[in-house]
Design a protein. Structure first.
Length: 720
C-alpha cells in the first residue's frame, strides 16, 4: 500500500517540476512587462519570507508545548506538517509569480483564449500537484518513520501507552493528529495573513482608483495596483494551496484516527474488530488518496497536451471531472480486493466490502453538487448574480441588499446536500463512512487546486497587461479567464467547506471515543450529546458565537489596513497631480509596506483563538463543555462560511457582468455601485469564508489531542 502511495507522490512532484520549468521557459514579453512582473515577484517573495519567519517562530513554540504536554512525537509531527504545508504554498506562489507575465505574453502573441488558458492551467497545476504530493509525502513519513519508532506499523502492536502525566494515548493517532495540526496552523496563517494583505490592497485600489479617480482596474497610475497583484499571489495562491492541503489532510486523518479509536473502544465488545481489519481501515484512506493523485496526474497531462478550445469553463471542468471519474473507477477495483474476505460486520459496513467506497462516492457526489450550487449562486451566467447586477442600477444600497439575500439563500441547499451525505454515508458504513465521504470529496484535490490556482494567475496576467499598456484584446482574454477563475474558486471553497463539515464530524466522534475510553463509550455518547446537559448547552452557545467573533476580527483587520491604503493612495494623488496624468510614477513600495504591516500585525490573533479556545475551555469547564463548543462552532461556521464565500463571489461577478457591457457598462452608475458591492464582498469571500473551515478543523484536532489531559485536569472538577 505504502509503495503505491510513494509512487503517486513521486509522480505528482515530478510532474510539478516538469510543468514548473516548462512554464519558466516561455517568453516574458516586453521590457515593461518584465519590470512590472519583477516588482510583483519581489513583493510576494518579501512578504512570504517575513510571514514564514513569524509563523515558524510560533510553530516551534507550539511544537515544544505539544512535546512537553502530550508527547515528543506529536511535536515533531506538528513541525513536519507545518513544513509540508509551507513548502507547497511557497512553490505555488513561486510559480504564480513566474507564470503571470508568461500568460500575458502568450495572450499578446497569439490572441488565443485556448492557448492562453493552457499556460495559466499549466502554472496552476504546479500548485495542485504540490498540494497532493507534499500532503501525502508527510503522511508517508509519519506512517513509515513514526510507525516504526512507535511500533505501530504492525497493527497487532497497537497499544495504549502511558506518558509521564499518567494520561492514556494511542501514539500513532497522536502523531497523525499532530501532523494535521501543523498543516492547519500554516493554512490559518496563510489564509488570514494573505487574505488581509490582498483585500487591503484590493479595497484600497478600488475605492480610490475606480470610484474616485475613475481610472481602470490595475491602472499603473494607481499606487496600490502592485500591492493588489502581490496580494493575489500571497492570498489566493499560497493561502489557497495551504487551505486545501489542510482540508485534504484533515479529511484523511479523520478517517485514520477514527479507525484506531474504533479498534480500541471495541476491543472489549462481544464482537470486536480484528487487528487486521483495523490496519486496513487505517491504510485505506491513504491508498484512496494515492489513487486520486494518480488519476489527477492523467487529467492534468491530458489537458496540457491536447488542443484546447476557446471555452475555458468546459476545458477546466473536463480536467476536474475526468480526474474524479478515474478516481472512482480505480478506487472501486482496489476496494474489492482490499477488503475481500474480512469480517466487516462490527464496523457497520452494511453493503459489504464496497461500503467505504460507496461512502466515498457519496462524498464525491456531494462535493460536485455543492460545487454546482456555488457556481449557480456566484456565476454571472445565472439569475442570482444577474439580479445583483440589475439591482446596481438602483444604487449601492440595493446592490448590497441583493447580495446579502443571495448569500443567505445559498446556504440552504448545500446544507441539505451535506445532511443527506452524512445520513447516507453513516447508513452505508457507519461513522467511518462519514469520514470516507470527506476523503472522497477531496480525493481529486490535485485537479481542484490546479483549476483554482489558474484564476489568480490569470488575474495577475490581466494586471500586467493593463499596466504594460498592451492591446485591449489581451485584457479581454485575461478578463474572461479571470471571470471563470472566480467561479472555479467559489466551487473550490464549496469543496473545502463541505469536507470540513464531514471531517469535523468524524474528528468529533474520535473526540468522544477518546474521552470515553474502552469502558463506557455508550454512556459518554449520551452525556456529551445530551443538549439539555448544562455544560454541553453552554459550550454549544459559546461555540456558535465564536465564528462571528473570529469573522469580525478578520473583517476589522482588513478594514484597518484598507483604511491606511486608501489614505496613502489619496495622499499620493494629492501630493503629485502628475501621477494621474501619467507624467509621474507613483510610489508602489509604500502601499506594499502598508499591506504587509497590516497582515503581519493582525494574523496572530485569529490563529490563537482557534488554538486556545478548546484548550482554555477544557481546562476550565471540562470535556463536556468542549464537546458542545465543537458542535456549536461547526454548525455556525459552516453556515457563515457558505454565506460569506457565495455572497462575496456573487458581488464580484455581478461587477464583472456590468463590465461586460450590461446595465451601462464601465463608468456607469451601476458600475460604481457594483464596485462597492465587490469591495464589501472582498474580505468575505477571500478572508473570512476560507478561514472558517480551517477554524473548525483546528479546534477539532486540538480538542482530540488534549481531551485526555483536561478530562482529568480541569477547574470544574475541583468543585465537584
Amino acid at each position: 500500500m505504502l509503495g503505491f502511495v510513494v509512487i503517486a507522490v513521486a509522480g505528482a512532484l515530478s510532474l510539478a517540476a516538469v510543468n514548473f520549468y516548462a512554464v519558466k521557459r516561455l517568453g516574458t514579453g516586453t521590457a515593461l512587462m518584465q519590470e512590472i512582473a519583477g516588482a510583483i515577484q519581489e513583493g510576494s517573495d518579501a512578504f512570504i519570507r517575513h510571514e514564514y519567519k513569524v509563523i515558524f517562530s510560533l510553530a516551534f513554540f507550539i511544537a515544544i508545548l505539544l512535546g512537553a504536554i502530550v508527547a515528543w512525537y506529536t511535536g515533531v509531527a506538528f513541525i513536519l506538517g507545518a513544513t509540508m504545508s509551507a513548502t507547497a504554498g511557497w512553490i505555488g506562489m513561486k510559480i504564480a509569480t513566474i507564470a503571470n507575465v508568461r500568460v500575458s505574453n502568450r495572450a499578446r502573441e497569439t490572441y488565443s483564449l485556448g492557448s492562453t488558458l493552457k499556460v495559466a492551467f499549466q502554472g496552476g497545476s504546479v500548485m495542485g500537484l504540490s498540494v497532493g504530493g507534499f500532503a501525502l509525502l508527510g503522511l508517508v513519513i509519519v506512517y513509515v518513520v513514526f510507525g516504526h519508532i512507535l511500533g505501530q506499523l504492525r497493527i497487532e502492536n497497537l497499544v495504549i501507552i502511558t506518558n509521564w502525566m499518567g494520561v492514556n494515548f494511542i501514539p500513532f493517532t497522536m502523531t497523525v493528529s499532530g501532523y494535521a495540526l501543523g498543516c492547519s496552523i500554516i493554512a490559518m496563517f496563510d489564509r488570514v495573513g494573505g487574505g488581509i494583505y490582498t483585500k487591503a490592497a484590493d479595497m484600497g485600489a478600488d475605492l480610490v482608483g475606480k470610484t474616485e479617480a475613475h481610472i481602470p482596474e490595475d491602472d499603473p497610475r494607481n499606487p496600490a495596483t502592485i500591492a493588489d497583484n502581490v496580494g493575489d499571489n500571497v492570498g489566493d495562491v499560497a493561502g489557497l494551496g495551504a487551505d486545501l492541503l489542510e482540508s485534504y489532510v484533515g479529511a484523511l486523518i479523520s478517517a485514520v484516527v477514527l479507525a484506531a479509536y474504533l479498534y480500541y473502544t471495541n476491543s472489549q465488545s462481544p464482537n470486536p474488530i480484528s487487528p487486521g481489519l483495523t490496519g486496513k481501515l487505517i491504510n485505506y484512506p491513504i491508498m484512496f488518496a494515492g489513487i486520486g493523485v494518480v488519476s489527477c496526474i492523467f487529467g492534468i497531462i491530458f489537458l496540457t497536451v491536447k488542443k484546447v478550445s476557446d471555452r475555458p469553463h468546459r476545458e477546466l471542468n473536463f480536467a476536474t471531472w475526468s480526474s474524479a471519474a478515474l478516481t472512482l473507477i480505480g478506487s472501486g477495483f482496489v476496494t474489492y480486493f482490499f477488503f475481500r474476505g474480512e469480517n466487516i460486520a462490527p464496523v457497520g459496513f452494511n453493503l459489504g466490502v464496497f461500503s467505504p467506497w460507496l461512502a466515498a462516492v457519496l462524498g464525491i457526489i456531494a462535493g460536485i453538487l455543492i460545487g454546482q450550487l456555488a457556481e449557480y449562486f456566484t456565476s454571472y451566467d445565472y439569475a442570482p448574480t444577474q439580479k445583483i447586477s440589475a439591482a446596481s442600477r438602483e444604487g449601492t444600497a440595493l446592490t448590497i441588499t441583493e447580495g446579502l439575500a443571495v448569500g443567505m439563500q445559498s446556504t440552504f441547499f448545500p446544507l441539505i446536500v451535506l445532511a443527506s451525505a452524512v445520513i447516507g454515508a453513516n447508513a452505508i458504513a457507519g461513522l467511518y463512512g462519514v469520514a470516507m465521504a470527506a476523503v472522497g470529496m477531496l480525493s481529486f484535490v490535485v485537479a481542484t487546486v490546479s483549476v483554482d490556482t489558474y484564476g489568480p494567475i490569470a488575474d495577475n496576467a490581466g494586471g500586467i497587461s493593463e499596466m504594460s499598456k498592451l492591446d485591449p484584446r489581451v485584457r479581454e482574454i485575461t478578463d474572461k479567464l479571470d471571470s471563470v477563475g472566480n467561479t472555479t474558486a467559489a466551487i473550490g471553497k464549496g469543496f473545502a467547506i463541505g469536507s470540513a463539515a464531514l471531517a469535523a464530524l468524524s474528528l468529533f466522534a474520535s473526540y468522544l471515543y477518546s474521552q470515553a475510553g474502552p469502558e463506557n463509550v455508550e454512556g459518554l455518547f449520551e452525556l456529551v450529546l445530551n443538549m439539555i446537559d448544562t455544560m454541553t448547552l453552554a459550550g454549544a452557545l459559546v461555540g456558535a458565537a465564536l465564528p462571528y467573533l473570529f469573522s469580525g476580527i478578520l473583517i476589522e483587520a482588513v478594514a484597518k489596513a484598507a483604511r491606511k491604503m486608501v489614505q496613502e493612495v489619496r495622499r499620493q494623488f494629492k501630493a503629485d497631480p502628475k501621477i494621474l496624468t501619467g507624467e509621474s510614477r507613483p510610489d508602489y513600495r509604500l502601499c506594499i509596506e502598508i499591506s504587509s504591516a497590516g497582515a503581519l500585525a493582525e494574523m496572530k490573533k485569529p490563529a490563537l483563538i482557534a488554538v486556545l479556545s478548546p484548550i482554555v475551555s477544557g481546562f476550565v469547564f471540562g470535556p463536556a463543555f468542549v464537546g458542545g463548543l465543537l458542535i456549536g462552532t461547526t454548525l455556525s461556521a459552516i453556515m457563515l462560511a457558505l454565506f460569506t464565500a457565495n455572497s462575496g463571489g456573487a458581488w464580484d461577478n455581478a461587477k464583472k457582468y456590468i463590465e461586460e457591457g450590461h446595465h451601462g457598462g464601465k463608468g456607469s452608475e451601476a458600475h460604481a455601485a457594483g464596485v462597492i458591492g465587490d469591495t464589501v464582498g472582498d474580505p468575505l469571500k477571500d478572508t473570512v469564508g476560507p478561514s472558517l473551515d480551517i477554524l473548525i478543523k483546528i479546534m477539532a484536532v486540538v480538542s482530540l489531542i488534549m481531551v485526555s489531559i483536561f478530562q482529568r485536569y480541569n477547574l470544574l472538577s475541583l468543585f465537584q
